[in-house]
Write a protein that binds this ligand. Structure first.
Ligand code: GRG
Length: 290
């Protein structure tokens, strides 16, 4: 398997599909469409749709069936980025190396753009539902985005900003705020692809470890003056946040990344060659420099 080629294929399929469903109309509210597309069509890494499409294919499904869910999940992710950058939340000026949505369109329009990217995906996913697997995947995606998932994690984050928090709270915060959408991607893709219940459990283990490895690396990069993340650097320290890095220190974080990568890969051993891309994907996330 040529990892880069397969990755490119998933990214291209996602971008093509987003291009197809994106809202671009000459209407009175054109500014809102522009604000939505400013964020959605920017150069994100498309990690969640890639993970969803790869998980679907790994269990024998086809990309075409998974695309509406992959695109929907990417929209929800973008919605969260826009809202996360707002002055009332993280108050960031830079995202993906460009001014944040509210810096370009103003706060009120940015709020609306985030709202659109949270409801429109359900229209897109509903169009893609072919059977009960689609319903189950969409329900999982909604659950992982909501108050028992990413939004719940954001609430824990907001309430604890500037406070020293215990390790259990750091774990809860991150597994919801960041981990939940990775779970939606891996498990959602496996569901669409036709995985059985035992396989779905294995994907849950994979996703949990991938999410943790991703967050550990995120903390390390935020603290690395040389990393090119496209975001404001040192924001965790500036915002006085308790992170895995502040709790464990660098060496332990790096060891944990290695362990999570191993555990994630072992969980998908049953896939044999078909799991090769997903095994490589988690390794690449662990080694990423931005
Ligand atoms: C309105 C959906 C919605 C949510 C409101 C603001 C909020 C609740 C949650 C914030 C969640 C958040 C921004 C978590 C951080 C996740 C994270 C590490 C994002 C960066 O992901 P990458 O590296 O980014 O995949 P790119 O730019 O590549 O897409």
């Amino acid at each position: 398997m040529d990892y880069s080629k397969v990755l490119e294929k998933y990214i291209n399929e996602t971008n093509k599909y987003l291009e197809k469903v994106k809202m671009e109309k000459d209407a009175y509210q054109k500014t809102l469409f522009d604000a939505v597309n400013y964020s959605l069509m920017a150069e994100g890494k498309r990690l969640r749709p890639v993970l969803l499409l790869a998980s679907c294919e790994a269990v024998g499904g086809v990309v075409k069936d998974a695309l509406p869910f992959a695109a929907g999940l990417e929209m929800i992710h973008n919605s969260s980025l826009i809202h996360d950058d707002l002055p009332a939340m993280d108050n960031d000026d830079l995202r993906r190396g460009r001014p944040t949505n509210h810096k370009v369109y103003g706060e009120a329009t940015a709020i609306l753009a985030g709202d659109v990217l949270l409801v429109y995906p359900f229209e897109v996913m509903a169009e893609g539902i072919k059977n009960e697997k689609g319903v189950r995947a969409m329900k999982l995606i909604a659950h992982c985005a909501g108050s028992e998932g990413m939004m719940g994690g954001q609430q824990i984050d907001l309430e604890n900003e500037g406070k020293e928090i215990d390790l259990d709270t750091v774990i809860a915060l991150n597994s919801l705020k960041t981990g939940a959408l990775f779970k939606a991607a891996a498990v959602g893709g496996a569901i669409i692809g036709g995985a059985d219940e035992e396989q779905i459990k294995a994907f849950e283990v994979y996703a949990q470890n991938l999410g943790l490895a991703f967050q550990l690396v995120d903390d390390l990069l935020d603290n690395d003056p040389l990393a090119d993340t496209g975001k404001t650097k040192g924001s965790d320290i500036a915002n006085n946040k308790s992170t895995y890095l502040s709790k464990y220190g660098e060496e332990k974080c790096r060891n944990m990344v290695e362990n999570c990568t191993k555990t994630a890969s072992e969980a998908l051993k049953f896939l044999g060659d078909k799991g090769e891309f997903l095994t490589e994907f988690v390794k690449k996330l662990a080694d990423r420099v931005k």
